[in-house]
Design a protein around this ligand. Structure first.
Ligand code: DLZ
Ligand code: SF4
Length: 501
């Protein structure tokens, strides 16, 4: 009997679990561009175009490989949902079951479980740690710190190991990865791909159907197939990796990409294999091409942070994205959808996001995320924003990064303290402040940097929760040493600013 094999837009690997379990000679692959997936958040047009173009090319690759593929383009007749498409093909092929790989979002897992056809959901084994392994690691631990999980992943993969010890004598070289931005940072810019015919057709479709979504569709230069994605990975390892570590946290107004690899979008949809990239990075270190702080820093992002994020999402379950431990209720300011603000750091990060569908981790964490947390923005609103605007955003990776790491809305599962900073951190790591309407050194008064005001507002309004946290005690001591009039001025100016948002 025929089985249907579901392949979603972020499952584009020939060795994905569902394909491995299927029979090429009898089973039918189902892939579909559907309204439900294209609109559960107002995705950035580049994100939709990237996924549709990569899906179409992957379908062709499967056909070339001998599979029968039922592919629905967005404008073709059919259903608007994944389940609807499965039901449709179930009838026409007289199928007796569906094989699926677990989606990266509880919403879609539930939709498959509730679909009237019988769907067998297999675990997605593109990850190094299985659900069971992560659960076992987490069991009985008071705190789920990434660092310890990461060390286990190093041991499990053997990456950067010297026998039982970490290569270079230390597990983590993050301390060496905090060089601030400087004006003379030079690099060639990312590898850009010309859209081919398939991508052009998709760009036309997205331009006509998602015209109102936030974000610029063109220029579109992402890779949309394995060869293109591999070329981006090669380019990174050869040209950017040696300096990646040093400037990982730097932000520069006239260079949005610096030494970042720009491969997250390809890894998350299955065009690149995470372990393979790590092995290439390790080889570059062993060949003397890249220093340990670059290689270790990169590998930690992939086998440490990425895996840990996924582990947290599935461990915590479907209510995780709805958490709001700090009870933040303010609406997301309109400038997140336009970039129009006098705060230069936010303007740069949001404009880059609008034009590229991309911003790097410190822009996301310490500019847009930091501001939202300080200003008390509702975590579900800011999480929806991140899920929509970044080409690499899927809920399994986005929710723990935003709800957990960035907004502390999980109450401290991912982070032991909130990631908040005043303008000083942004000034140290970027060249944004010198072109800003506000003054980063001013703590109060007309041109005081809003981050400076909001930082103390945040500390003050959450005193009960955080003052006993040993990692925050010093900041409370500093606040308490300020004279009372000054504290009152800071809080009232912060309130006025918040009311003006
Ligand atoms: C993000 C996305 C978009 C925009 N469109 C589709 C689609 O039309 N068809 C599809 O199969 N997948 C799409 N995706 C990816 C899914 O939303 C993704 O599989 C889930 O969010 C789980 O990670
Ligand atoms: Fe951002 Fe403040 Fe610097 Fe302006 S002065 S760029 S608002 S940190």
């Amino acid at each position: 009997m025929v089985k249907l094999v579901l392949v979603l837009g972020d499952q584009l690997s020939p060795n994905i679990a569902a394909l491995k379990a299927a029979d090429k000679d009898t089973d039918v692959v189902v892939m579909a561009e559907v309204g439900d997936e294209a609109s559960y958040v107002p995705h950035h047009p580049k994100k939709i175009a990237f996924i549709f173009a990569a899906m179409r090319k992957f379908a062709q690759r499967l056909r070339d490989d001998g599979w029968t593929v039922e592919y629905k383009k967005l404008d073709d007749d059919g259903s608007d949902s994944i389940c609807g498409e499965l039901m449709r093909h179930y009838k026409t092929h007289d199928a007796d079951g569906v094989i699926a790989t677990e989606p990266g979002e509880f919403r879609l897992i539930e939709a498959l479980q509730n679909c009237p056809v019988k769907v067998d959901i297999l675990e997605d084994d593109r990850f190094i740690s299985t659900h069971k392994e992560f659960e076992e690691w987490a069991k009985g631990r008071k705190q789920l710190r990434m660092e310890y999980f990461y060390r286990d992943m190093r041991r499990k993969t053997g990456l950067l190991m010297d026998g039982d010890d970490p290569e270079g004598g230390k597990w983590n070289f993050d301390h060496d990865n905090r060089k601030p931005a400087s004006d003379d940072l030079f690099k060639e810019g990312p590898l850009r791909h010309e859209p081919d015919e398939v991508t052009r057709e998709v760009l036309g479709l997205v331009a006509s159907r998602f015209d109102n979504n936030f974000g610029d569709l063109e220029p579109f230069w992402f890779a949309t197939d394995v060869d293109g994605a591999e070329a981006v990975a090669d380019y990174f390892v050869e040209k950017l990796l040696p300096t990646f570590g040093d400037y990982q946290d730097a932000m520069v107004a006239n260079d949005r990409f610096l030494y970042h690899s720009l491969v997250s979008l390809y890894i998350h949809v299955g065009l690149l294999d995470p372990l393979d990239i790590c092995r290439r990075v390790e080889k570059a270190y062993k060949d003397g091409h890249a220093p340990i702080n670059a290689a270790e820093g990169y590998i930690r992002q992939i086998i440490g942070w990425r895996e840990y994020m996924r582990g947290i999402y599935f461990l915590e379950g479907p209510d995780y994205p709805n958490r709001n431990a700090l009870n933040h209720q303010r609406k997301l300011p309109g400038f997140y959808w336009s970039g129009e603000t006098e705060m230069a750091c936010l303007s740069h990060a949001i404009t880059a996001t609008k034009e590229e569908g991309y911003a790097h981790h410190i822009q996301r964490l310490m500019v847009t995320g930091n501001f939202a947390l300080l200003a008390g923005i509702n975590p579900q609103e800011i999480a929806e924003w991140y899920l929509a605007v970044y080409v690499d955003a899927y809920e399994w990776v986005e929710a723990p990064n935003v709800i957990g790491m960035s907004q502390f809305a999980d109450g401290g599962i991912v982070g032991s303290k909130p990631y908040v900073s005043s303008g000083a951190y942004i000034n140290k790591m970027s060249d944004y402040c010198k072109g800003c309407h506000y003054s980063v050194t001013k703590k109060t008064g007309e041109k005081a940097c809003p981050f400076n005001l909001l930082y103390w507002h945040f500390m003050d309004r959450h005193r009960e929760r955080f003052s006993k946290n040993p990692r925050m005690a010093q900041m409370y001591a500093t606040w308490d040493r300020m004279d009372e009039d000054r504290r009152k001025t800071v809080l009232s100016e912060a309130d006025s600013f918040l009311n003006s948002l």
